[in-house]
Design a protein around this ligand. Structure first.
Ligand code: NAD
Length: 252
């Protein structure tokens, strides 16, 4: 497989299944060698198989994005193995089976767990890999938020995804001088295994009814936004959020 990312190293967190898997496959088909960084080794191995079966380059690496020793170890391993990193997609999150407890009732340990993965995970992974991009003088970081961040819903998931936008903008400001852009994709409801378990059929139908584009979103519907943010041509696009939701969410 060959394309704009020939010779580049990409790391995609939570790439064992769902949207992360789709992102990893797209970057591999564009020529990158992709590190499938997931806490679930079995899922990560499945994604590697899927990519290599199609002639792409991928390798699985265990990581818990919420644990600094684990993200630092991953950064060290990428340096030893490849000597470079060019693309980082912070996609891992607690989304599957998430709890939707009201803020008045939410258990603080659960709240902190969600933030440790959904927000701190992107912080730690960026701290671990951006130094390699700084050395390369080129980098693309894409963080995965959600339209749930805009709904004023509150709750651990939604608030962590809103905070992730602030984190992205902070890194965009800090890293721009090194040729590194940091952008965010906000998907609407996407048909993944996690969505089928987490969102009721009723709620899914209600969201579909609100969309201008009357089609259930699939992981593949997000790939155009990822490719744009990772492209050489988008080097002056940073600190942005792109909503990809069939036009349901309004944001001025
Ligand atoms: P998913 O739950 O199926 O995938 C998440 C992946 O992250 C899994 O492979 C899981 O093993 C991994 N992961 C979880 N905790 C981790 C950790 N601590 N360290 C490393 N890996 C970890 O979810 P999905 O539906 O594919 O969604 C992927 C991303 O997109 C998430 O950030 C989610 O919040 C976001 N999102 C999803 C939707 C949707 O409708 N599916 C909508 C908006 C945003």
């Amino acid at each position: 497989m060959s394309g704009p990312h020939d010779g580049r190293i990409a790391v995609v967190t939570g790439a064992g299944r769902g949207i992360g898997q789709e992102y990893a496959a797209a970057l591999a088909s564009d020529g990158a060698t992709v590190v499938i960084a997931d806490v679930d080794d079995r899922l990560a191995a499945e994604t590697v198989q899927l990519i290599t079966d199609k002639g792409g380059k991928a390798v699985a690496r265990h990581v818990d994005v919420a644990a600094k020793e684990s993200t630092a170890e991953l950064g060290d391993w990428v340096r030893r193995e490849f000597g470079a990193a060019h693309i980082l997609v912070n996609n891992a999150a607690i989304y599957h089976s998430m709890r939707m407890d009201a803020q008045m009732d939410v258990d603080i340990d659960y709240w902190r767990k969600v933030f440790s993965v959904n927000l701190d995970g992107a912080l730690l992974m960026t701290q671990a890999l951006a130094p390699l991009m700084i050395e390369a003088g080129w980098g693309r970081i894409v963080n995965q938020t959600s339209t749930g961040a805009y709904a004023g819903l509150g709750g651990a998931y939604s608030v962590s995804k809103l905070a992730l936008i602030g984190l992205s903008q902070g890194f965009a400001r800090e890293l721009g001088k090194h040729g590194i852009t940091v952008n965010t994709i906000a998907p609407g409801l996407i048909h993944t295994e996690a969505t089928m378990v987490t969102v009721s059929a009723e709620a899914r139908a209600a969201m579909l009814a609100q969309q201008a584009v009357k089609k259930e979103g699939q992981p593949a519907d997000l790939v155009a936004a990822l490719r744009f943010f990772c492209s050489d041509e988008a080097g002056w696009v940073s600190g942005q959020v792109t909503i990809v939701d069939g036009f349901k969410t309004l944001r001025l």
